[in-house]
Each structure stands twice: as structure tokens, then as C-alpha cells.
Design a protein around this ligand. Structure first.
Ligand SMILES: [Zn+2]
Length: 404
């Protein structure tokens, strides 16, 4: 803890005595190229790192915004490279030497709401109103399996969207999370709510669409869960585990989690024997440390949900026979356990009662917004917070973009 506090103070001081520049991670750039381009030492900042830290550097995603601070001579003092919405790489100087560490990202979260009159489609009208493709897409994809927007919209139909938005350094950060939504089709209201179990339900408490298997190997034990950041108590370092592990006997069949096509089936270094399957809507599943592939399974082949594709093994960087299973959407790792559960659930009993009271709260909020018709606030003022401090920055408030 003391080390963190010292770091906080050092970072805080140096942050405001030097220039901070903000960049976008460009398509196809690798971490090593980034180091070389900026004259940063590849030995200290990559080759000397352990395998876990090296693997973290492969998580950098196109389009992410990162910060570089330089001293008055233009030399890099610190770099912050977000890996997901919770963990970032921190490159910094200590005794004239560059150091690497993975540290948590500090964000603030705001719940935001707006309503829009639909003239064309929710997708079009949300984007026109907010300027945000992300918000439009999230709304559209949440309802699209249950509602037909093409034929159902009539003049006067309205929608309300309640969502959480994270802010980092005063700017919107990461994907917004839809909390509740209402959309009218020919005057009939349809609702969707994010329940406390992290799944979406309609107004009757039936779980909304899911199309992937939650558990692609049967008879296995969940041995490690998904985490975007975790402090390793022994190594005293921040790490990530961007999938779930299922311990199972070697040779246990592994199934495709959903319909799709195999885009990779070969050895992949620390992943060992790896299969990657592309699914609809930009989803991809990964199956690692496999003993072998089922015959006929290779790149380019189509697979069906539940089809056996491979066998559990211990290849690559693995400490025992298990399946390492990942789910990604457009490259971003998401927790398979919260998103991919098999759709069976109709809430009942205590769970239904808890859901109903949550639903009532959201409905009150939606009704209030329907009556007041608040517009989307384009430039929201937030106080930037610093990485370790929960203190507002003493300088001017910063304008934020509608879509970061
Ligand atoms: Zn794993």
C-alpha cells in the first residue's frame, strides 16, 4: 500500500509539471513497434517481462486513447495504455530507468437518461440525437431479437434509454452499459431491464436472448474465473485473466459454444493448441491448451452449437489439464459466465420479487423521463479524476465528447 501511495504522489506531481498528450492506438500497431517508435527500451519494457505481462501487451486494442507525459526536453516520462476498462499498462521512469507495471484504471460512473421520438428507427434516431454509434448499437442489439423495428414504428412512438457511462480523465471511456430501456411500437411499450444477476429480462421476468453455450465442456469444474484485473497476492502484481478455466480430465470433449466458423485451429504459443470460432455480431470464442483437434476440424470450417471440436489438454503455458475458454466481442474480452448462459430462466420466487422492485424503480424513472422529455446532453461537464486520487483536479472543467 505504501508503495502505491508513494507512486500516487510521484505521479500526481509529475503529471502536472509536464506535458500530457493524448493519442489513439492506431490499427495494426503492436506494443513492440510502439516502443521502438518512441525510443523506449524493448529489453526492460518487453523482453525482460514475465509471460503474463508480455501477454497483457497483446491486449492493446485499436482506437483506444492513451496518455503520454513528457518533460521539458520532450523525453517520455510516463505512458498510460488502457488494456480494458479496469487495467492499464503504466510505463514510468525510476532512477533514469524505464519500468513496466500493470495498474488499475480509476474511472467515475454516471447514470444517464434520455428520451427520443422515433421518426425512422431507434438506431437512426439515437445516433442522430446523441452522435454516439455505441449508444445506438447497444439499444438496437438489445431489442433486435425480440422486436421487429422495420414494421412496427408509428408516428409518435418514443424510446427511453437509461445507461451507465464511465468517465476517465474527464472523457467518456469504455462501452456504456444499458440498465433499462423502453421502446414503443405502434404505441405499445416494450421494456428491457438489466437485473442484479447481470442478465437482461423483459417486463415479465423472462430472460432475453442468449445464443452461446455457457459451458463448452461437460463434467468439468470451474477452476478460475474471469477478471479484468486482480492483485496477485504472491507475486504482488496486477494481472488479468481474460477467460474462464474448466479443469477436466485430458481427452474430455470440447464443444463449440455456438454456430460459427473456425478462424484458427493451430498451436499459438502460450495458448497451446488453440481454436478460435467466429460467431454472429462480432463474437468470437477461444478454446486453449487443447490436447488435440477433432479430425476434420480446421480453419475455414463451419461448426454448429454443441458440436465436438477438440479435446481437453495441457498444451502451452498451462499448469494442469484444463480448458481455457474466452469470449470476445470485436476483440474485447468479456466474461463468458455473465453473457453466455444458456437461456432457460424465467424468474420466480424471491428472485422475481427482487426483480419486480428493481423494475418498478426503473419504470418510475422511465415515466418521469417520458413526461419531462429531457434531451441528450451533448457536452457533459465532469471533473476529471486522477489515477489514484479520488480528488477532483483543481483546474478547469473539461468538455467531454459525446462518444469516446
Ligand atoms: Zn485460463
Amino acid at each position: 500500500m505504501l508503495r502505491f501511495l508513494i507512486l500516487v504522489v510521484l505521479f500526481w506531481t509529475s503529471l502536472f509539471s509536464s506535458e500530457i498528450e493524448r493519442y489513439r492506438w492506431i490499427n495494426g500497431e503492436t506494443y513492440l513497434v510502439f516502443l521502438e517508435k518512441n525510443n523506449l527500451p524493448t529489453k526492460e519494457l518487453y523482453y525482460n517481462l514475465d509471460r503474463d505481462d508480455q501477454r497483457l501487451t497483446e491486449e492493446l486494442l485499436t482506437g483506444v486513447h492513451y496518455q503520454v507525459s513528457k518533460n521539458s526536453k520532450g523525453q517520455i516520462e510516463q505512458v498510460l495504455l488502457p488494456l480494458n476498462d479496469e487495467l492499464q499498462i503504466h510505463i514510468y521512469k525510476e532512477n533514469e530507468k524505464y519500468k513496466f507495471e500493470a495498474i488499475p484504471i480509476i474511472t467515475t460512473t454516471q447514470t444517464e437518461t434520455f428520451s427520443v421520438v422515433i421518426t425512422s428507427s431507434p438506431l437512426y434516431n439515437i445516433q442522430k440525437e446523441t452522435g454516439s454509434k455505441k449508444l445506438a448499437h447497444i439499444f438496437h442489439s438489445s431489442f433486435k431479437n425480440s422486436l421487429n423495428f422495420k414494421t412496427g414504428i408509428k408516428p409518435g412512438d418514443t424510446l427511453v434509454m437509461i445507461y451507465e457511462q464511465k468517465y476517465r480523465l474527464g472523457k467518456t471511456f469504455s462501452m456504456p452499459v444499458l440498465k433499462a430501456a423502453m421502446v414503443e411500437l405502434s404505441g405499445k411499450k416494450h421494456y428491457l431491464y438489466l437485473n442484479n444477476d447481470e442478465k437482461y429480462y423483459d417486463e415479465k421476468g423472462s430472460q432475453a436472448e442468449e445464443f452461446l453455450l455457457g459451458r463448452p465442456v461437460s463434467g468439468a469444474r470451474l477452476s478460475s474465473t474471469f477478471t479484468k484485473r486482480r492483485f496477485h497476492p504472491v507475486l504482488k502484481k496486477w494481472k488479468a485473466h481474460l477467460g474462464v478455466d474448466y479443469a477436466a480430465r485430458p481427452g474430455t470433449p470440447v464443444m463449440a459454444a455456438g454456430d460459427g466458423f473456425i478462424n484458427y485451429a493451430a498451436n499459438a504459443g502460450s495458448y497451446g493448441n488453440l481454436i478460435r470460432i467466429s460467431h454472429a455480431d462480432g463474437f468470437e470464442t477461444r478454446y486453449a491448451h487443447l490436447k488435440s483437434f477433432k479430425s476434420g476440424v480446421k480453419k475455414g470450417r463451419n461448426v454448429k452449437k454443441g458440436q465436438v471440436i477438440a479435446y481437453v489438454g495441457n498444451t502451452g503455458r498451462s499448469t494442469g489439464p484444463h480448458l481455457h475458454f474466452e469470449l470476445r466481442k470485436k476483440g474485447v474480452a468479456i466474461n463468458p459466465l455473465t453473457v453466455v448462459q444458456v437461456a432457460t430462466v424465467n424468474l420466480s420466487g424471491k428472485e422475481k420479487a427482487a426483480f419486480d422492485s428493481l423494475r418498478k424503480e426503473y419504470n418510475d424513472s422511465i415515466d418521469a423521463h417520458l413526461n419531462n422529455k429531457p434531451e441528450y446532453v451533448k457536452a457533459r461537464k465532469t471533473r476529471p479524476k486522477c489515477y489514484f486520487f479520488n480528488e477532483p483536479e483543481p483546474q478547469n472543467l473539461e468538455e467531454t465528447e459525446a462518444d469516446g
